[in-house]
Design a protein around this ligand. Structure first.
Ligand SMILES: Cc1cc2nc3c(=O)[nH]c(=O)nc-3n(C[C@H](O)[C@H](O)[C@H](O)COP(=O)(O)O)c2cc1C
Length: 227
């Protein structure tokens, strides 16, 4: 059985999946594990929508329709600004840049191939070929604490998926059409779709899945005192 440490170290963002269907029972089992994620006051401030089959096809079609009518290859709806702060500063700016460069290099898409890069970005809206898409929803009245707890839940889902032999990719890109999705799913006014997650069997023959993004060393982010 995969140890927790091994799972944390092995999890990567999978950006190419096999079409192998995932049965509803497996998604239920995954969520049955992930619901043991912690949250302040045990609020469990997460909600989740899982789509497969025709429901998945409907959101994929919706997203591509919006993409076709958007400027610059990225739709930007009201409320889609939850991704990065404006004018990202160092070291974050460079890390983001480096990720893009590493990913496109693996895929053989040069910097000047803007169409090629946009085509990759657009594949976010196909869940990178994954048969299941998860949408993570939070009550918009919640504060920063609950948002952090939603993040913990998402990582728990990703690790529980790995334990089942499944790959994931968290996808804030879907947040660029959160208002349309909100209407599509007929959610209550108070609900807000934060992020999606692709779920399926990783296609490990795809070069993009060889990406192992770097991390800062412990001493770059941690200050250990009094030991
Ligand atoms: C909340 C969240 C949203 C993300 N959204 C996207 C996304 O929309 N598209 C994408 O390709 N990767 C997305 N990622 C993946 C990150 O780029 C990735 O986690 C990071 O580069 C570290 O790489 P790793 O997950 O392979 O360890 C997201 C990650 C997180 C945590």
């Amino acid at each position: 059985m995969l140890s927790v440490s091994a799972a944390i170290r092995q999890r990567i963002s999978v950006r190419r999946f096999l079409p192998t269907p995932i049965p509803e029972s497996q998604v239920r089992e995954l969520l049955d594990t992930a619901r043991w994620s912690p949250s302040g006051g045990n609020l469990q401030p997460w909600k989740l929508i899982a789509v497969a089959g025709a429901e998945r096809a409907a959101v994929v079609a919706l997203a591509h329709d919006l993409l076709a009518h958007s400027e610059g290859g990225v739709p930007r709806e009201q409320g889609s600004d939850l991704v990065y702060p404006p004018n990202l500063w160092e070291p974050y700016r460079s890390r983001r840049y480096q990720l893009g460069e590493q990913m496109y290099a693996l895929m053989g898409i040069p910097r000047e191939d803007r169409a090629g890069r946009l085509a990759h970005v657009a594949r976010n809206f196909e869940f990178f070929g994954a048969p299941v898409g998860l949408f993570f929803v939070i009550d918009r009245r919640m504060g920063r604490g609950q948002w952090a707890h939603l993040g913990m839940f998402m990582q728990t889902v990703a690790l529980a998926a790995l334990a089942q032999g499944l790959g994931t990719c968290m996808q804030e890109f879907w947040g660029t059409i959160r208002d349309t999705l909100h209407a599509h799913f007929a959610l209550p006014e108070t609900d807000l779709i934060y992020c999606a997650m692709a779920l399926g069997v990783a296609d490990m023959s795809a070069p993009v899945n060889r990406l192992r993004s770097p991390r800062a060393a412990v001493d770059d982010f941690a200050s250990l005192r009094g030991f």
